[in-house]
Design a binder for this molecule. Structure first.
Ligand SMILES: [Zn+2]
Ligand SMILES: [Zn+2]
Length: 266
């Protein structure tokens, strides 16, 4: 912040601004730091053991759990994040799995933390249906570290107004906001659901894509922007593909999916 006399200051500058004594600003900064620390989780979101290290408290889960997420170190297709066997890799076209090579999706990249499998699936269900919204924090924190492509804007997959009213929050937006905060990125909600569809998880895989045609609208011009779409779980990829199609129709130059969990193939 630039003060009136042109000197650079921060919110908690250690020098006096001329109106508030420096010792009061310093004490306030100390209290804020202590309060922030006290608000951090004390137990691992996955194994519930106490978090000892400040880095673990900031992340929201312990280092052993972070290192052993299901499929966390699997080799994945960079476009759809489906796990690919190492032995199959030499026959793949560089950069994509056989499905993405044959029928390239409208998104160019998928970043996934791990497979949708225990214990990560339980955490996501607790966040979404148990309303433990604080669990978006470790997911967003871990995803923020995984983003490896330049992005101008983060966008959550929207819920329909009816589902948002029923649930009270959009878990994708909570994760999206956490990533944006940690990476100092812009986040917005330009995507809208145009209708109230039954949950995709209740529909056969083959019916998902046709049902989603026209399911979204975009409320702003995204010309030339590189957009990351955030969601909690990517199953068939049909929802994210339709969202990507909509974003590209609004001018997005590049679309990447950022998802906490990827459902492994049956
Ligand atoms: Zn743990
Ligand atoms: Zn693929």
């Amino acid at each position: 912040m630039i003060s009136r006399n042109g000197r650079f200051t921060t919110h908690f500058a250690t020098q006096s601004t001329g109106t508030v004594p420096a010792r009061i600003l310093a004490a306030l900064a100390e209290r804020t730091e202590a309060l922030t620390h006290s608000l951090l989780p004390r137990c691992c979101a996955l194994c519930t053991l106490p978090l000892e290290h400040p880095d673990e408290r900031r992340a929201g889960w312990c280092a052993p759990c972070a290192d052993s997420l299901p499929g966390g170190d699997a080799r994945r297709c960079p476009i759809c994040a489906i796990p690919v066997a190492t032995s199959a890799a030499p026959t793949m076209r560089p950069g994509s799995c056989p499905t993405c090579t044959r029928d390239p999706p409208p998104f160019a990249r998928t970043i996934a933390l791990a497979d949708y499998a225990p214990p990560l699936d339980r955490l996501i269900l607790a966040m979404k249906f148990g309303r433990v919204v604080a669990l978006a924090r470790p997911l967003g924190a871990a995803l923020a570290e995984r983003i490896d492509c330049p992005l101008d804007l983060l966008v959550p997959v929207p819920l329909s107004p009816a589902r948002l009213a029923e649930r009270g929050f959009n878990q994708a937006w909570l994760i999206c906001r956490e990533i944006a905060r940690r990476r100092a990125m812009r986040a917005a909600t330009p995507l809208l659901r145009t209708r109230h569809d039954p949950p995709q998880s209740l529909q056969p895989l083959a019916q998902r894509a046709p049902n989603l045609r026209g399911a979204f609208a975009c409320a702003r011009d995204l010309s030339g922007l590189r957009v990351g779409i955030v969601d909690d779980v990517m199953t068939s990829g049909a929802t994210l593909a339709e969202a990507a199609r909509t974003l590209k129709s609004a001018g997005a130059a590049f679309v990447a999916n950022i998802v906490a969990a990827r459902t492994p193939p049956p």
